[in-house]
Design a binder for this molecule. Structure first.
Ligand code: SAM
Length: 220
């Protein structure tokens, strides 16, 4: 059922929204420019703007999948003073480059802690990874698509009441809503989306922004 008579916002509306948004911080533009030639997948800019709005009052953030730190930087720039982010990615060469862009944007090293391990290994390490003890106010998931549910299961007990859960690529270029799709990760993302949206402890939906952004609030 729709109240908009079939109207679907598209590129024109997206360009309009971008045209009235504040210009991205120069380090964000530098990451965008570097990511494409290097073949590093980063968040869609419109999804970055959503993530920033959601991170604005979140003091303790955990992120799974850092890459060049584009999503990390959208959140770091939006956080209140004293806010911190723990971000996980086993690819140290990528996260070392990310640190350079974070510094360029004026983010203090103490605001962002990087854990260079596969996420599930880091979560299982317990006391070895005190940074991951929580509690967290926002969890952002953007790493291996077939592990999304396992990331959430591991971190759910470490989320504060009222915390936000955000996950990127949950529409997977249309593969998730196409039951016949055999694209790697599609079946797992489909199951993840269904589980999160049906979870009585969460208020959740999927925003058709970028490659699909799942947003959920943990009931307080
Ligand atoms: C889509 S990219 C992240 C993009 C980033 N969030 C952004 O928007 O700028 C996915 C990242 O997940 C990382 N990754 C791969 N396996 C992982 C694992 N087991 N745990 C955590 N991160 C992993 C990859 O190295 C890659 O850099």
């Amino acid at each position: 059922m729709s109240t908009t008579d079939g109207y679907l916002p598209g590129r024109v509306e997206r360009d309009y929204t971008e045209s009235i948004g504040r210009p991205p911080q120069p380090a964000l533009l530098a990451i965008e420019a570097a990511a494409i030639p290097d073949g590093v997948p980063i968040l869609d800019r419109a999804a970055g703007r959503v993530l920033a709005a959601l991170a604005a009052n979140r003091r303790r953030i955990v992120e799974v999948g850092t890459a060049f730190g584009y999503s990390t930087l959208w959140m770091a720039l939006a956080q209140p003073p004293g806010g911190t982010i723990v971000t996980i990615d086993p690819d140290r060469s990528r996260t070392d480059q990310a640190r350079g862009w974070w510094r360029q944007a004026g983010i203090a090293d103490e605001q962002i802690e990087v854990v260079n391990r596969p996420a599930l290994e880091a979560f299982a390490a317990g006391a070895d990874e005190l940074a991951l003890a929580g509690p967290f106010d926002l969890l952002f998931i953007d790493a291996l698509k077939h592990e999304y549910q396992a990331y959430l299961d591991a971190l759910r007990p470490r989320l504060a009441p009222g915390a936000l859960i955000v996950a990127d690529n949950v529409l997977w270029s249309g593969a998730v809503s196409e039951p016949a799709s055999t694209r790697s990760g599609a079946a797992e993302l489909r199951a993840f989306n269904a589980a999160v949206l049906a979870d009585p402890g969460l208020i959740a939906t999927i925003l058709p922004v970028g490659d699909g952004l799942l947003v959920a609030t943990v009931r307080a």
